[in-house]
Design a protein around this ligand. Structure first.
Ligand SMILES: [Fe+2]
Ligand SMILES: [Fe+2]
Length: 369
């Protein structure tokens, strides 16, 4: 376990993306790597959608980082110190949680800044959703109080990714209507629930703040498994080798995040922190409770499952990665985030733009090879 919270590479935030310099030097280097011809319009559409998605991720992760990440190196003039009770509840799941939250946050800012810098280097329009940051965030100690793009306080967290990665017989690409078991059914059926303290009243009860931290732990996994599937799915639509290289290089970093959060969420469904607060119960899914292989906490490696066709042997893979937009893709990812409650309060103009970017990405097709 690492406890050195503020490694040097984190200075990235101060010196580039959020400070507004936007990787100016990197653009030139990236341009040298790019093909002599500009990537096709369809490749640009993929990158523009992903840039928007990364800005959404950065916005939500910054909210988690302000309250649970403890980041004195922050770009903010008055660096937040985190919210004590929330940070403590997250630390119950793993004492490295503040570090991991910081690092995941920084990674999202770099993904967004890089994609915009690359788009600019090939003469394409970058994406900035900043004007849609109009939502109120947390009023609890630690929050900067700035306006947000995303809403973490009315979430309906789909935890079916937990059962999906444990299934040995079903694959969402082959079984799109199958309902995978939910790790925490209450998060889907009894919500909405907040994943951050809305104000200091939410931090008074230890059980309540633990339930909020546990909700966040499952939300971290929900967000990052989305990126884990989205990058390979869109890579299958890309043509330009540099665009493909970008997708194949950023995508696995989402998977690295997901795997960490998958492990940490397991601590929210094992004694003694699998709490019950009001309508929200975190069941005991630890091996001693014998919840079955489709739910057990320590089975976090992807279970081999059918892939492409059931005539082939089961294989350990990312899922879904379908290129059928009815099953998965950019539009489905936006729908998943919308159903999650992440955009509650957003304007029609925001939904129009994000859906247009998603549709254009899903229309991309691969013609070479
Ligand atoms: Fe990302
Ligand atoms: Fe991510």
């Amino acid at each position: 376990m690492r406890h050195e919270f503020f490694a040097n590479r984190r200075n990235f935030l101060k010196t580039s993306a959020l400070a507004g310099t936007a990787l100016a030097g990197a653009s030139g280097a990236i341009a040298q790597l790019a093909s002599s011809s500009r990537p096709a319009k369809s490749d640009i559409a993929i990158l523009r959608f992903l840039s928007a998605l990364e800005q959404i991720e950065a916005d939500l992760w910054l909210q988690y980082a302000e309250l649970g990440g403890v980041r004195p190196e922050s770009e903010l003039k008055v660096p937040p110190k985190g919210n004590g009770p929330y940070t403590a509840a997250l630390a119950n799941l793993d004492t490295d949680m503040p570090q991991y939250i910081n690092d995941n946050t920084d990674d999202e800012f770099t993904h967004h800044a890089f994609l915009n810098a690359y788009l600019e280097s090939v003469g394409a329009k970058e994406v900035d959703l900043g004007k849609f940051a109009t939502l109120n965030g947390s009023k609890a100690d630690g929050s900067s109080g700035k306006k947000r793009l995303t809403n973490l306080m009315e979430l309906t967290v789909d935890t079916s990714w937990w059962g999906r990665y444990r299934s040995s017989t079903k694959n969402p690409d082959l079984d799109p209507s199958f309902k995978f078991p939910q790790a925490v059914p209450d998060l889907v059926t009894n919500g909405p629930f907040t994943a951050i303290p809305r104000d200091n009243n939410d931090t008074k009860s230890k059980t309540q703040i633990q339930a909020i931290a546990n909700t966040a732990a499952f939300h971290f996994g929900f967000i990052e498994q989305g990126g884990t599937s989205l990058y390979p799915t869109l890579a299958l639509r890309a043509n330009d080798p540099v665009v493909l290289r970008i997708l194949l290089s950023i995508g696995p970093s989402e998977t690295m995040h997901f795997q960490v959060w998958h492990d940490k969420a397991g601590n929210a469904v094992a004694p003694p922190f699998n709490v019950t607060f009001g309508k929200l119960s975190f069941p005991d899914l630890s091996p001693t409770a014998k919840p079955g292989e489709d739910l057990q906490t320590n089975l976090i490696m992807p279970e081999p499952c059918p892939f492409l066709d059931r005539k082939f042997p089961a294989v350990s893979i990312i899922r879904p990665v379908s290129t059928d937009p009815k099953i998965f893709g950019a539009v489905q990812a936006v729908k998943g985030f919308t159903d999650d409650g992440l955009f509650i309060g957003q304007s029609q103009a925001f939904f129009a733009l994000i859906n247009e970017l998603a549709q254009e990405a899903d229309q991309a097709t691969r013609h070479c090879g």
